[in-house]
Design a protein. Sequence first.
Length: 46
Amino acid sequence: MGTEIERKFLVMNDDWKTGQCIRISQGYLNRDKNRTVRIRIAGDEA
């Protein structure tokens, strides 16, 4: 299984607050003991 890396970034100003918001939902599918599939839904796209 691959290694997931979490990255953190310092935001320099508040410009990001004026952007568009999109709700993101996340879930996992697991039928096989050796595999897990992560599903993310953002707006109307998955």
